[in-house]
Design a protein around this ligand. Structure first.
Ligand code: SD4
Length: 339
């Protein structure tokens, strides 16, 4: 009996793996998380936040499909968003702070656990690449403000003006409309940071995040995006996560680190993202009609995302496809109704 079962199992798994070579794996194994089959032979994958993640994913995929590394992919991917003047919360064209100055935050983390970040940087459109230089050329992890700008200059980054006409108009409108009472209330419309997590063909993981932060923020404010563990986190043996939304809430929960820790305990990426949001709700109570979204990827290639409020979109690229998805959410924030 035991022999029969073993033989049956071996035959069954041979058939299964042969079938999996010819048919899309998700036909057999797609799980309720919208993830992909967790096993050997799973190809590269990339997930990034919001609609502009589609363009970012395309650039990342070009690298992954040629056998490039996850680290190169996430850097190249989010640079696309940094370049896009229509995205008013990242890089060139980002909304300025209260003083009309565009100040940027970014981070990057690779499979070896190395990471780099910059915060409160002005005049450079690719803070993620400055962050990578910090990671690779120094034994520091984070540079901020004037020091980060000097470092960028020394490494050949080109200084330029990042405030576009569109962003300036938005700032002028905000200034004209603000009252003494509500000037620094969280800006709900502008949650479009790009965070990206990726897995390459070798199974290695990386993450990157880049943002101009909350629109019209107090001069000097830094959010979660450049903070390792908050905006992004990678543990190559477990998974990677990236966050977007109200940075203050993400920082207090160590959002991305916590998502990876849940995955370490065997929780799926989707559930890990949800559990981080539940933790935020526990902490923040009534404040939680502010948006937080998370994307995550496990070592084995399973993907997931979740948001606090309705309306978070993310882009998922794998198997040569690239699609925009609506994340599941916990609260319909306007009415505070739970889904
Ligand atoms: C921040 N988390 O600076 C960023 C903002 C953001 O989508 O994600 N917007 O708080």
């Amino acid at each position: 009996m035991e022999r029969f079962s073993r033989r049956f199992f071996i035959n069954f798994s041979t058939v299964l793996s042969a079938a999996a070579r010819f048919l899309p794996l998700k036909t057999f194994f797609s799980d309720r998380d919208g993830g992909i089959f967790a096993g050997k032979g799973v190809g590269p994958a990339v997930i990034s936040t919001w609609r502009h993640g589609l363009a970012a994913n395309r650039a990342a995929w070009r690298i992954l499909s040629r056998g490039g590394t996850a680290l190169d992919a996430v850097e190249a991917g989010v640079r696309v968003t940094e370049d896009d003047p229509e995205v008013t919360s990242v890089g060139y064209g980002g909304y300025p702070d209260e003083k009309g100055l565009v100040t940027l935050d970014a981070s990057i983390m690779g499979p070896d656990g190395n990471c780099g970040s910059v915060a409160f940087v002005q005049g450079y459109r690719h803070p993620v690449s400055i962050a990578r230089k910090v990671m690779e050329e120094t034994d520091h992890e984070m540079l901020v403000g004037a020091g980060a700008e000097e470092f960028a200059r020394r490494h050949g980054f080109k200084e330029e003006r990042l405030l576009t006409g569109k962003a300036r108009q938005g700032w002028l409108k905000w200034k004209a409309g603000k009252s003494g009472k509500d000037d620094f209330l969280p800006s709900r419309e502008n949650h479009d940071t790009v965070g990206m997590v990726s897995r390459d063909a070798a199974g290695n993981l990386a993450a990157a995040c880049t943002t101009s932060g909350r629109a019209f923020k107090i001069h000097g404010r830094v959010g979660d995006s450049p903070l390792i563990g908050a905006g992004i986190y990678v543990d190559n043996e477990v998974g990677a996560a990236a966050a977007t939304g109200e940075g203050e809430m993400i920082i207090k929960a160590c959002g991305s680190f916590l998502a990876v820790e849940y995955m370490r305990r065997g929780v799926s990426p989707r559930k890990a993202c949800r559990k981080v949001l539940e933790r935020i709700i526990e902490r923040e109570g009534e404040k939680t009609d502010l948006q937080v979204g998370l994307v995550a990827l496990s070592r084995s290639g399973e993907t997931g995302a979740y948001s606090l409020c309705e309306g978070f979109e993310y882009a998922l690229a794998r198997d040569g496809g690239n699609e925009l998805r609506q994340a599941e959410y916990i609260i319909k924030c306007e009415s505070k109704r739970r889904s």
